[in-house]
Design a protein around this ligand. Structure first.
Ligand code: SF4
Length: 225
């Protein structure tokens, strides 16, 4: 664990140096907007979500607006994000729950957030970390899960277990940033299909980096701790 923690510290330092402007890619001005954008980001790119949200946020500036807007109107506003019927229902359910249980405000605790309909630990972590600057956990999306595995920081595949493996390895103050950094590195270098190991600044710290003459297996092949 000690060696893994040392390696994790070096990984974090290099990621910070390489991605100094790393931040939440979902455009938002408050917690409600970020919550809505996170719902829309399921199975959709952040770029696409950011194209849709200005009109959505202008139409629904409060939780009460989501609770009351006709479903067809909501569906039309978010149609291009895919799965728009389910997402519209989720947004309306969220709006109603926020009005009924929290006076229209987004709650500031993990326990309250995960009790909202359709909100899991990942969405709650996104909101707490980025809208409220509270490091309650690490957001584990597809990029974070993939990189954590390739970097030999976890053997788990379940996002909640991956998160619990990552948290003790990194300072709590960096948990939200860590997720942004891993997402940036996953998008730019450690791609899902073709990781660019030859130009990766983490290669000497990564058990999945191919050694000379070896094909990249994209699974940890060396015994780093
Ligand atoms: S060395 Fe390869 S597998 Fe490891 S983090 Fe870099 S790109 Fe990903």
């Amino acid at each position: 664990m000690a060696a893994r923690a040392t390696r994790a510290a070096e990984i974090l330092a290099r990621l910070k140096a390489d991605y100094p402007g790393s931040h939440c890619a979902l455009a938002h001005g408050n917690a409600l907007e970020l919550l809505a954008a996170t719902v829309l980001s399921a199975q959709c790119t952040d770029v696409r979500v950011n194209l849709v949200t200005p009109a959505l946020f202008a139409t629904c500036p409060t939780a009460a607006h989501y609770a009351q807007i006709p479903l067809e109107h909501l569906e039309a506003l978010i149609q291009s994000t895919g799965f728009f019927r389910n997402k519209a229902k989720a947004l309306q359910g969220l709006g109603r729950a926020l009005v009924e249980r929290h006076s229209g405000e987004v709650p500031r605790s993990m326990a309250e957030l995960v009790r909202l309909p359709g909100v899991g630990r990942k969405t709650a972590n996104v909101v707490l970390g980025n809208a409220f600057a509270m490091n309650e956990g690490v957001v584990v999306d597809t990029h974070v899960g993939r990189l954590a595995g390739r970097l030999g920081l976890t053997k788990a595949t379940d996002p909640v277990k991956i998160e619990s493996d990552l948290m003790p390895l990194f300072p709590r103050a960096d948990w939200t940033l860590l997720s942004h950094l891993l997402i940036d590195h996953g998008r730019k270098v450690c791609n899902a299909r073709k990781p660019l190991c030859a130009s990766c600044m983490l290669a000497d710290l990564c058990p999945s980096a191919p050694v000379q003459g070896e094909r990249n297996s994209i699974v940890p092949s060396r015994s780093f701790e």
